[in-house]
Design a binder for this molecule. Structure first.
Ligand code: ZN
Length: 493
């Protein structure tokens, strides 16, 4: 199918086309091959033929919740039956139009293979084309420690199709060139943060040094590589980027490098880019001789599967691919569409992905700056753009002793006194419903405990019950011992 136009198109025309693709995908693929949605549509007696417009879609197809996804991961994978192979009664057999396509592509693949492969006696090569389109070959997971980590499966056609296309949005940047040298600071693991930052540049021919995180190559050695190779673009989590650039500045002061003046852009994702982090990154870049480097935000999630929505330049909003995502911005109170430009929860549906497919996913991401649909003045693309700050509706706010605590405020307040990655706050709910707040701080000789109490009380009205000093090893275990890739600075149990 041809690409959905993103330039010189009216936003409403594009939205209608995006919806038409979603509707066709819903009827041709999801309603036939998704065990979860077949069951759900049958239970709710959803009449797909009645869905002709966006409003019908919203009226007939309910939101998909995190809980549904977590308890039925396997059933969200599109899994058509193949003629002559063991069949799953919950889904339909692959359509004849798909089969005709696989016959043609098997022929083309045989020509490329030449005489290497044995003669195809059993028709397995057509089956292989089918498997390339539907079989999950890669599964990503979040680094959760509670056993119900989110996960998503990708087919080969996903990786070559929508995931690779996400990379084209990464090229949509003023400093981009086809020789721009990327470095990924994301630690190796099963999470999308690693795979996205690894596969997307490689699938698009972008020079890349993946560093696999600080436990494979020390931060200092990563800085030396970036210095030697004149790295131009850095991709990392917000907190690790700050720590990484701090290390680079320290090495500059120690005379081990003479700066990193080639850096042109820094892309922060996976965690909110708070004002504190952003100004620390800018200060460091200026010191390292790259004061003009652009600092942009990106966002993705395991469930989303995308290589990420990212800004085309500073403050241009996260650009969404309307070919593979249909987004809605929903008022969290009324659960109806939020007025244009006003804050709301991001709800999205996959379009033309295989593997894991989700419709109307209630992401819990609060888009506080609203959404724009018009042409971006930065890059000229007409695509939906999401404006920060971005918050997690649930996990960015917790209830402690009946009061709502804003975790971004809490983190920012603590870090005015204590360096990131050297503390952990633990909030434990007792059997009696009362909360206990414990703070763990890594050796901090001059720590003014009373001041820490005051700062936390002043920012979020939270009383720390107990303060414990721990050593570096203990802190590392607390922050990363669960196998995660973001520091677990907050435990809320
Ligand atoms: Zn743009």
């Amino acid at each position: 199918m041809s690409a959905l136009r993103c330039r010189g198109i009216e936003s409403q025309v594009q939205r209608d086309e995006s919806f038409a693709r979603l509707r066709r995908f819903l009827i041709d693929d999801v309603a036939r091959y998704s065990p979860f949605y077949r069951r759900k549509f049958a239970a709710l007696q959803v009449d797909l033929d009645a869905i002709a417009s966006e409003a019908d879609f919203a009226a007939h197809v309910p939101f998909t919740s995190k809980e549904e996804l977590r308890s039925h991961f396997a059933d969200f994978v599109l899994s058509p039956n193949y003629p002559g192979k063991p069949a799953n009664p919950d889904v339909e057999e692959i359509s004849t139009s798909y089969l005709a396509r696989y016959k043609a592509s098997a022929q083309a693949a045989a020509e490329i293979a030449g005489d290497i492969e044995p003669t195809d006696r059993a028709g397995d090569y057509v089956w292989r084309e089918f498997l390339n389109d539907w079989q999950p070959i890669l599964t990503t997971r979040t680094g959760g420690t509670t056993g119900n980590a989110a996960q998503s499966a990708y087919s080969l056609s996903d990786i070559h199709g929508p995931l690779r296309r996400a990379g084209l949005f990464h090229h949509n940047f003023s400093t981009w060139s086809p020789t721009q040298r990327y470095m990924s600071l994301l630690p190796a693991g099963e999470h999308l943060g690693f795979y996205g930052n690894f596969l997307v540049p490689l699938l698009n021919g972008q020079p890349l040094r993946p560093m696999f995180g600080g436990r494979v190559t020390s931060t200092e050695n990563q800085v030396l590589v970036a210095h030697r190779e004149k790295t131009q673009a850095l991709f990392g989590t917000s907190s690790y980027l700050v720590a990484w650039l701090d290390t680079a500045c320290k090495m500059l002061h120690d005379g081990r490098i003479d700066g990193l003046p080639h850096i042109e852009m820094v892309s922060a994702s996976a965690e909110a880019l708070s004002e504190g982090y952003e100004s620390a990154i800018r200060r460091n870049l200026a010191e390292l001789g790259a004061p003009g480097a652009r600092v942009v935000q990106g966002m993705s999630s395991t469930e989303l599967k995308s290589g990420g929505f990212r800004e085309c330049d500073e403050n241009t909003g996260l650009h969404v691919d309307p070919q593979h995502f249909f987004i809605e911005v929903i008022d969290p109170e009324t659960r109806l569409p939020a007025a244009p430009g006003t804050p709301g929860v991001l709800v999205w549906s996959h379009i033309d992905w295989h593997g894991t497919v989700i419709l109307r996913y209630w992401s819990g991401d609060l888009i506080e700056g609203g959404t724009k649909w018009d042409e971006c003045t930065g890059c000229g693309l007409t695509v939906p753009r999401l404006f920060g700050p971005f918050r997690r509706l649930e996990s960015d706010f917790i209830k402690v002793r009946g009061a709502r605590v804003d975790l971004t405020e809490l983190r920012a307040a603590i870090e005015t006194l204590i360096a990131r990655d050297t503390y952990q706050i633990e909030i434990l709910a007792g059997a009696d419903g009362r909360h206990r707040v414990n703070a763990y701080v890594q050796d901090h000789p001059g720590l003014d405990a009373a001041k820490l109490h005051d700062i936390v009380m002043g920012a979020v009205e939270l009383r720390i019950d107990r303060l414990s000093l721990v050593d570096h090893g203990d802190m590392q275990t607390r922050l990363y011992g669960g196998g995660g890739w973001k520091p677990r600075w907050l435990i809320n149990a």
